[in-house]
Design a protein around this ligand. Structure first.
Ligand SMILES: [Zn+2]
Length: 333
């Protein structure tokens, strides 16, 4: 058996607020003088009876109020670096929607600053590399997505690498299109959550807007034209196996399109999504892929090459990541 936990890995689809340690959320709540309910730590995890993406996202509503300070975001980001490094992740891109913090009394700008401070501290302590992606949310005011783009522009030299849109996929993407046109104009790369709970048409829409990466894209396989469009655009799929099972984006892991897309030469990657909420690690997702799809070390190496190619990191760092991946995975039989 290959010790997957010790091998270098990359996570491109990872929500900062979905990656918290429940024990830390509790401590932060108590430090803030908030009432911590019985069973609070369990409520930081997805419920076993989760039936959909909407159920899954409801988990976040429980703990967000306890993360109301810049200090809490800073701690969360620092601990994320520690957890990633401990799992063998050498580069990750964390994302969050900074305007969500406005309801807690923190400005979106302060939220970004808090996250960046924590990530920088995390690198100092662990050596792990990262980029920060700022999200809009489909089911909120499109002006907030524009705010995320504007903050990405302002914090670009300080570690923000791109933008995204997440949230309930039943809400239309079209009202947010101006924000992505603005991002394209500014040269800020973007990914879009599409085809996770929603249909293949959402992937086509995201690609038409110019997304170079697709968050999940599980349902793309239901439309051959959408598959062809993704292929010709060279789009990268940020796939998240455990998350897709928990949100019922796929009914059974055996039905997940990841192995098919990989065999057909698509640029597919393996990521966690929300390791804190899910109670998982990237290593566990790799184990799942090995067990269910029979992924070989060469297959993992291929997906990691896609991850480096799609990473919004500088060329020097990408070269270094490639060397480390080839050196470690190339030696695995
Ligand atoms: Zn996501």
């Amino acid at each position: 058996m290959i010790p997957l936990g010790a091998l270098p890995k990359i996570d491109l689809h990872l929500h900062l607020d979905g990656a918290l340690r429940p024990a830390s959320v509790r401590e932060m709540a108590l430090e803030a003088g908030a009432a911590w309910p019985p069973g609070g730590e369990e409520r930081c995890r997805v419920r076993p009876d989760c039936r959909s993406l909407v159920d899954f996202l409801a988990t976040f509503e429980f703990f967000l109020p306890f993360l109301s300070s810049r200090q809490a975001l800073r701690r969360s980001a620092r601990e994320l670096c520690e957890d990633q490094a401990a799992d063998g992740v050498i580069y990750f891109e964390a994302r969050f929607a900074p305007t969500l913090w406005e309801q807690t009394g923190l400005s979106a700008e302060e939220a970004v600053e808090g996250a960046l401070e924590g990530l920088r501290e995390g690198t100092a302590g662990t050596g792990v590399h990262w980029g920060l992606i700022l999200c809009g949310l489909r089911n909120t005011d499109p002006a907030r997505t524009m705010t995320a783009v504007d903050l990405a522009r302002r914090f670009r030299s300080r570690g923000v690498v791109g933008v995204d849109i997440a949230g309930d996929e039943r809400a239309p993407l079209a009202p947010h299109a101006p924000a992505f046109r603005e991002a394209a104009k500014l040269g800020i790369p973007f990914t879009i959550h599409a085809g996770e709970a929603g249909p293949a048409a959402n992937v086509r829409e995201a690609l038409s807007l110019g997304a170079t990466r697709i968050g999940h894209g599980v349902h793309v396989v239901e439309d051959p034209e959408a598959v062809a469009m993704a292929k010709s655009a060279g789009a990268t799929f940020e796939m998240c196996l455990t998350s897709n099972l928990m949100t019922h984006a796929v009914g059974r892991i055996e039905d997940h399109p990841f192995p098919r897309l990989l065999r057909e030469g698509h640029r597919v990657t393996l990521n966690t999504d929300d390791p804190g909420v899910q109670g998982t690690t990237l290593t566990q997702d790799y184990e799942l892929a090995r067990k269910v799809f029979g992924l070989s070390p060469a297959d993992f190496r291929e997906t990691l090459r896609h991850s480096v190619d799609a990473a919004w990191a500088g060329e020097a760092l990408k070269r270094d990541l490639r060397v480390r991946i080839e050196a470690a995975w190339g030696g695995v039989a």
